[in-house]
Ligand binder design. Structure first.
Ligand code: NAG
Ligand code: NAG
Ligand code: NAG
Ligand code: NAG
Ligand code: NAG
Length: 203
């Protein structure tokens, strides 16, 4: 019993340590990546329909070699402050292992010296909110080492809005309605069968 408890405890500690590995502070990261995205300030885009093209690269005002430790780049869709208010689950925390600002991965790429671009269709599960795009550069030990974003430091300029799918009848909605109807019919059918079985047993 004791060894079982110990095993569970050490497993819990292990997974905790794993999720917290590399808790870099955002405020310590240099903004060396130049990032731009196709949406204009205030533009409204539709999830599951509209595309965003993100362009990123080393900001040319930094010297050569600034990016020597950059190994990978992750492009993220991040909540603007107005869509974080009163929502703890989207909170900005300086410690990146706890930060909830950027919850949607647009792309994950090997870092290249040349300016790159990527076009992403906004995924269907992106909720209605105000967003900006941020890129993180990671070193070979998968720690964030630099960033760049499409908005200013206060996240007040150059924000766009995504309109979620809900309210429109997507094929997914229709599929789930069909599935629910099927489940209901199955239950009704099962009950009818059971009743008949009981009746014949009584006879
Ligand atoms: C970030 O948070 C994690 C988990 O609490 C912690 O292990 C790590 O040391 C923190 N990082 C910094 C730089 O404070
Ligand atoms: C590049 O960095 C300089 C100095 O930090 C900054 O003034 C400029 O706005 C940056 N350019 C881009 C495209 O981010
Ligand atoms: C988004 O990209 C897809 C695939 O490249 C394309 O089929 C679609 O028409 C684009 N949507 C818009 C609104 O441009
Ligand atoms: C995106 O990159 C391709 C090459 O990979 C280039 O031909 C194209 O012009 C770029 N588009 C934009 C908008 O920068
Ligand atoms: C990656 O960055 C982290 C945080 O700055 C640092 O502790 C680590 O030593 C770096 N790893 C490599 C291989 O440079």
């Amino acid at each position: 019993m004791e060894s079982y408890l110990l095993a569970v405890l050490s497993l819990a500690t292990l997974s905790f340590a794993d999720t917290c590995y590399g808790g870099v502070l955002f405020s310590t990261l240099p903004q060396t990546l130049a990032v731009s995205a196709s949406p204009t300030d205030g533009q409204v885009l539709k999830a599951g329909e509209d595309n965003i093209t993100v362009t990123w690269g080393l900001n040319q005002s930094f010297p050569d070699g600034t990016d020597s430790s950059y190994n990978e780049v992750k492009l993220m869709l991040c909540y603007g402050p107005i869509s974080q208010a009163d929502r703890g689950w989207r909170k900005t925390v300086d410690n990146l292992s706890k930060d909830k600002t950027c919850q949607f991965t647009i792309a994950h790429r090997t870092y290249m010296r040349e300016t790159q671009n990527f076009t992403w269709m906004i995924e269907r599960d992106v909720p209605t909110a105000v967003y900006f795009v941020r890129a993180y550069a990671y070193n070979s030990s998968r720690n964030e080492v630099a960033y760049g974003q499409t908005t200013d430091a206060k996240k007040s300029r150059n924000l766009f809005k995504v309109q979620a799918i809900s309210g429109r009848h997507s094929s997914l909605d229709i599929a789930s309605v069909c599935f629910s109807a099927f489940a209901l019919l199955s239950v009704v059918g099962f009950m009818a069968l059971e009743k008949r079985g009981r009746n014949s047993a009584e006879n």
